[in-house]
Ligand binder design. Structure first.
Ligand code: IMP
Ligand code: MG
Length: 178
């Protein structure tokens, strides 16, 4: 285990098993369709890579980079698009893949933005849901794990751009950020 980790919350095996279950569900629900799978950079990339390899319908891949910010470090209602989609989504089935839903601002604003471009559908897949922290009324359509309010790293998730490459999800030691 990494020395900055307090403890491992989700092991590689636990994550892979759950990602397979979510993929099985998506394979049933999108059978015969050709969804555009939109990864939200950078936190979702590891999850995204594992998930799309378990999908068996024809998919197209695209990415967005966004941040929702306000005063200070707290997420807020303003969505800033740092990288937009390459593809036109009009009439398409869009699946958003995100690392974590926390306050909900990012995904709420993002969904609103994508819906304004007239897709056939927009669904949200998240790896983690910190449900206790929700401020905005939004839920993911597919959630891998609901977790307590602790700062987690690994499997794509960072603290100050570090730890994304850890193969498991761990709780970051408070001493690292306090
Ligand atoms: P929100 O739902 O708009 O509050 O923001 C969600 C974003 O905050 C995610 O995409 C992550 O980048 C970041 N985030 C929230 N909690 C954590 C965490 O525990 N570890 C790493 N990043 C987090
Ligand atoms: Mg992040």
């Amino acid at each position: 285990m990494h020395q900055d980790c307090e403890r491992i919350l989700l092991t590689e095996e636990t994550i892979q098993n759950r990602v397979q279950e979510i993929a099985d569900t998506l394979n049933r629900e999108y059978r015969g369709k050709n969804p555009l799978v939109v990864g939200i950079l950078k936190g979702s990339i590891i999850f995204y890579g594992d998930l799309v390899r378990k999908l068996d319908m024809p998919v197209e891949l695209d990415f967005m980079a966004v941040s929702s910010y306000g005063s200070g470090t707290v997420s807020s209602g303003t969505l800033r698009i740092k990288k937009d989609l390459d593809k036109n989504i009009e009439g398409r089935d869009v699946i958003i893949v995100e690392d974590i839903i926390d306050s909900g601002y990012t995904l709420a604003r993002l969904k609103e933005y994508l819906l304004s471009r007239n897709p056939a559908s927009v669904k949200i897949v998240v790896l983690l849901d910190k449900f206790e922290r929700r401020v905005v009324d939004i839920e993911a359509d597919y959630t891998c794990f609901r977790i307590e309010d602790e700062f987690v790293i690994g499997y794509g998730l960072d603290y100050d751009e570090r730890y994304r490459n850890l193969p498991y999800i761990g709780i970051l030691k408070r001493s690292v950020y306090e």
